[in-house]
Design a protein around this ligand. Sequence first.
Ligand code: SF4
Ligand code: SF4
Length: 336
Amino acid sequence: MSARRRDEPMSVKYWSFAGLMLTYWCNARCASCYLRCSPGHDERMDAGFALRIWRELIDACPHGCRIHLTGGEAFGDWGSLIELARRAQGEQLRPLEKIETNAFWATDRQIVRRRLAALDEAGMVKLVISADPYHQQFVPIARCRLLAKEAMELLGAQRVQVRWRDWLAGGCDTDALPADERESLFLHYAASGRDRMTGRATDTLAGRLAAHPAEAFEGSSCRDALLRSRHVHVGPDGLVMPGACAGIVLGRALDESISSIWRRLENDFDGRPIVGVLSRKGPAGLLDEAQAAGFRPSPDGYASKCHLCWSLRKFFAGFAGEKRFTNEIAPVWLYA
Ligand code: SF4
Ligand code: SF4
């Protein structure tokens, strides 16, 4: 247990907003995907495990925990998705705050209405539709528009979130654009800073954006993102990650309960080689150790501190260097 005094503020906020990543599978492979999801993945979170984690997340936080279901693409296995929502409702696990989708399955009005009605009945509060230039390389925008229209009609506008609404209104299918035009469009949006430069974005986008030397990020701590955001994701493999920092592991829910993971983090985060250093100094704090092990900062610089962070973690994950800190840097395929 923590040695913290009762009147001392907690270092790690309780997790009150959590995403269950039901799968790493996705029909798409968006250039911006921070999890590098793709059709090649087949990991799935089974309903029994998902319900256990859901219950533990609620129990671990004194104020409860709002749950969202995501992926990969959560609608990739409709039967499992609706079964999970119904079983959670049957077990009084509330609230199911959101379900996220890229709308790839919204091919027909009847299917859309049937599924939305079933999810509404099973307690889904909000539907979140992803629509942006990267998604529209793989999903026709007409499907996003059909889903948004039907969802607003059935659920009401307050219960439908589109990310990005401006793109849904005026966007297009980017797979139909010539490759150079598509790339310029991606870079234009990436430069606006709406996306974090991690995961696949480091291969496809980050290297083409305005760059800063690694030292430019000195003194920029990640305490808020890692410890204070109240938001985590749990993968189908049980990895617990900060909501915005995929590939950094806070604990493993296959082996340990959520409350135990949280308590341990509160007790020992400062001594952890990745989370401890990042929360105090940000990624620039990892530079000395990485350089001593052979890491060479890119002469082209980094688009953001998350880009630098990713490059360092990739090095420590064993790509161009010796594999280290495997407790905190996983899954390894994410960095490949
Ligand atoms: S739709 Fe979402 S999960 Fe799938 S590749 Fe795109 S960003 Fe990743
Ligand atoms: S630099 Fe790393 S730890 Fe900090 S917010 Fe970005 S991804 Fe998260």
